[in-house]
Design a protein around this ligand. Structure first.
Ligand code: ATP
Ligand code: MG
Length: 137
């Protein structure tokens, strides 16, 4: 089985949508094997999203991710990385397929409710960014 790192972003935690989003993951066959609520500093958000450092929206993205608590979680299942991204929907909610998390809950391309790792290598790095081995069974 595969594991991926998911983040329920500030726009969604603020609107108390954690349970509704988790239900979407579970309905898709993903298992939440670790989960915690944290608040990132802007510097920590910047480190997490370092790959986007040169993008025009980087500063806005880091401010947003540090603006309210987030829920970070590890999802497990067969093909979890692709399955999670399918359940999330397209980055821009205007392009997201009906029934996806972003179609139902996202407010804009920036405030789009969830993050999901995009490949096995990034999943491993992103899981280790937030969780120690002791927190993962
Ligand atoms: P994520 O990495 O959060 O799972 P993604 O892989 O669908 O989302 P990326 O291209 O990796 O999208 O962008 C990372 C995040 O940066 C997006 O989820 C969104 O919050 C923000 N973002 C992306 N494009 C824009 C944009 N044009 N304007 C504002 N914010 C953006
Ligand atoms: Mg991405």
């Amino acid at each position: 089985v595969e594991r991926t790192l998911s983040i329920i972003k500030p726009d969604a935690t603020k609107r108390n949508l954690t349970g509704k989003i988790n239900a979407k993951f579970e309905d898709a066959g993903l298992r939440i094997v670790a989960q915690k609520r944290i608040q990132l500093t802007k510097a920590q958000a910047g480190e997490f999203y370092a790959v986007h450092k040169e993008r025009p929206f980087y500063d806005e993205l880091c401010e947003f991710m540090a603006s309210e608590p987030v829920v970070v979680q590890v999802l497990e299942g067969d093909g979890a990385i692709a399955k999670n991204r399918e359940v999330m929907g397209a980055t821009n909610p205007a392009d997201a397929a009906p029934g996806t998390i972003r179609a139902e809950f996202a407010e804009s391309v920036g405030e789009n409710s969830v993050h999901g790792s995009d490949a096995p290598e990034t999943a491993a790095v992103e899981i280790a960014f937030f969780f120690s081995g002791l927190e993962l069974v």
